[in-house]
Design a protein around this ligand. Structure first.
Ligand code: K7E
Ligand code: CUA
Length: 654
């Protein structure tokens, strides 16, 4: 730490020491030593970098947010499944296609589970995947640009919640249908209809990251909730929790809580792959969309109508049910790949299954009968241990790689730490309030980074200044380096955080792209120099090939546009300097602005409604003369004799 940073920190600690005795609201505050220690642990001096990048799901915002840890500072918001005006995402012509689905253009989704790509069970810093929950989809984000590059829709699914949960070398992402529906979809009675479920495996190309549908397994009509793929010895398996094995169609809060146990569905992917290779699948033709950003930076959609469906009956050995109490939510595999921890929302214990016992039980045929031909393994034959007194409402579990598991417990609002040796609780700490997921950096991988656990809370109540009926979403950062967990920091987040991921900053920071290379741009609408600017009329479409550089646009005067035209502003940012975007906004434009990165080209379409003179300007404060970065477009009545003209530099219009 440089000496100035050390001085700042010393001053901060001194200030804290004075303030720690009484807090403004008069509540008794934490002891002085604890507060200063916590502050020191999360303090990142001005100008210094954080230790970790954290990627938080945006939940109902549909986006991903990036935070620095341990400071909890918000670094970036990455639009994924929702339009986001700050970046023009889903508004400009280049990115609109990302939000196409078989249901049409959808400007929103609910994003729950980010997952970093992994190699040998360790985050490799290449991509981040995240599921769309409402319209089942999986997105892939590039981590050199922090942008969404690809979204694949999951057909024959309703609710893509248990997703993406990658396999050990990112070979597959998975997606489980949360809601049982007719498979395939059709008109039938809700009460009398027989619904089904679907477990989907999406292949990820190891070089490009491109996703394609591999196969789908048709399963009984339960509600499949969450998933995890195995590790090490269990690497060829994926696990999915189910609830509502009662197959209730109404008032599930009571009707789906009848049975003592529901199931974890254990899928043997090797067996599945073999059956697929042997052609044991059926072809279905439900349309789904695949949206991909091309080399030229433009997203395009493709409709695909072909799925390989595997019926469990046609592929013995592909699927087993692990009885698990009681309406389990999370299913999490420990770093060794041996323990499968379930979070039974209504269970009084945390069941921990043993993978090796499961394999033996399958070999010994230790079955408790079957459902629809799917063997149900004997609970006693597969259980490694049950954690007693885990609190009320265990949901999700992460691992520190030192033999301990940390489970989020919703109703009693706490994190419970237990040993994977004897399954005894060794520590517990309250969360404020109602924790959903929790996240240890790398705590879902084979090589946890550890050090911290973050509680991703559902309710903040009295923790922050009131802001009307809705309070900020928030996380809490705890130190887990000692025997006892210690609360270090509360920090606000954009809503709603479900799951999160984190990795050491050193893996990403030097790979971060600084500018798009203008010279090698293959964007079909690029303008590489000011001498190439032009305005081209094609019928009632007018293409403006415009450049932006500190501190002007060219052309910045355009005449000859008519009501009834669609004007395409293709704005290229000529800068080749880090962190110098330009913006573009047009009076009367019917969508958001453009934000154009250095070397990039973005397109805004405007259909002027009335004759007049319309100013446009740069929306991103780029220079001392940013405010001068503006221009005019003249719009005439339809059929007007005003000639198309524009300026290519100083001087008259041509
Ligand atoms: Cu528990 Cu959607 Cu993963 Cu939220 S889910 S908490
Ligand atoms: Cu360009 Cu402000």
């Amino acid at each position: 730490m440089p000496s100035t940073a050390r001085a700042v920190r010393a001053a901060l600690l001194a200030a804290l020491a004075t303030a720690a005795g009484t807090s403004a609201c008069g509540k008794s505050s934490a002891p002085l030593g604890a507060a200063t220690d916590a502050a020191a642990r999360v303090y990142v001096a001005p100008g210094q970098y954080d230790e970790l990048y954290a990627f938080m799901s945006g939940g109902f915002s549909g986006n991903v947010t990036v935070y620095g840890l341990p400071s909890g500072r918000l670094l970036q918001q990455i639009p994924v499944f929702s339009q986001y005006p700050e970046k023009g995402y889903g508004y400009n012509e280049e990115t609109k296609a990302m939000l196409n689905t078989s249901y049409g253009f959808i400007p929103w989704d609910d994003a729950h589970h980010p997952q970093l790509s992994i190699t040998d069970g360790k985050a490799d810093g290449r991509w981040l995947f995240i599921n769309g929950n409402n319209t089942p989809r999986i997105a892939r984000l590039d981590l050199t640009r922090f942008e969404t590059d690809e979204i694949i829709e999951i057909p024959n699914s309703a609710g893509g919640h248990g997703s993406p949960y990658l396999t050990e070398n990112s070979e597959y992402a998975v997606s489980a249908t949360r809601f049982a529906v007719p498979e395939p979809q059709q008109d039938m009675s809700i009460r009398d209809g027989k619904f089904g479920g679907m477990l989907t495996f999406v292949k990820i190309d190891p070089k490009s990251g491109h996703m394609s549908l591999a196969y789908q397994i048709h399963v009984p009509g339960y509600d499949y909730d969450l998933a995890r793929s195995g590790k090490g010895p269990s690497r060829d398996w994926s696990f999915f929790t189910s609830y509502n094995t009662e197959e209730a169609k109404t008032l599930l809060e009571a009707n789906a809580s009848q049975k003592d146990k529901d199931y974890i569905a254990a899928v043997n992917r090797k067996a599945a792959e073999q059956c697929v290779a042997q052609g044991k699948t059926k072809d279905w033709n439900t349309p789904y969309l695949h949206n991909l950003v091309g080399e030229d930076g433009i997203a395009r959609s493709e409709t695909i109508k072909s799925e390989k469906i595997l019926e469990v009956a046609d592929c013995p050995g592909v699927l087993y049910f692990l009885p698990t109490p009681k309406s389990p939510h999370g299913v999490d595999v420990d770093p060794t790949g041996e323990f499968i921890v379930a979070g039974g929302k209504l269970a009084t214990t945390i069941p921990v299954h043993s993978f090796s016992k499961m394999v033996k039980a399958i070999a010994d045929k230790a079955f408790d009968g079957d459902v629809g031909g799917i063997p149900v393994l004997k609970y006693d034959a597969i259980i490694a241990g049950e954690v007693q007194n885990p609190g009320l409402g265990p949901l999700h579990t992460e691992f520190d790689g030192k033999g301990y598991a940390y489970t989020s417990v919703f109703i009693s609002s706490e994190i419970v730490k237990f040993s994977l040796t004897d399954f005894k609780v060794v520590d517990r700490i309250p969360t404020y309030y109602s924790i959903g997921h929790l996240m240890i950096p790398g705590g879902d991988t084979e090589h946890p980074y550890g050090k911290y656990v973050i509680a991703l809370n559902k309710i903040t109540k009295d923790r922050y200044l009131p802001t009307g009926p809705e309070l900020t979403q928030a996380g809490q950062l705890y130190d887990i380096t000692g025997d006892k967990m210690k609360l270090l920091l509360d920090f606000p987040m954009t809503g709603e955080p479900h799951y999160a991921q984190a990795l050491p900053a050193s893996i990403l920071k030097d790979k971060s792209l600084k500018t798009y290379a203008l010279a090698t741009s293959t964007d079909p609408y690029v303008t590489k120099s000011e001498k190439d600017v032009k305005v081209v009329r094609q019928g009632n479409k007018v293409h403006v090939y415009m450049t932006a550089i500190r501190s002007h646009f060219l052309p910045d005067n355009i005449e000859g546009i008519q009501v009834g035209d669609s004007v395409f502003f293709h704005v290229t940012n000529l800068e080749q300097d880090w962190d110098v975007p330009h913006g573009f906004a047009m009076l009367g434009a019917q969508n958001a602005e453009l934000l154009v990165m250095p070397g990039q080209t973005r397109t805004l379409v405007w259909a002027p409604l009335r004759p007049g003179i319309y100013p446009f300007y740069c929306t991103d404060f780029c220079s001392a003369l940013h405010q001068e970065m503006q221009g005019y477009m003249r719009v005439s009545a339809k059929g007007s004799a005003t000639k198309l003209a524009w300026n290519g530099g100083a001087g008259a219009l041509k």
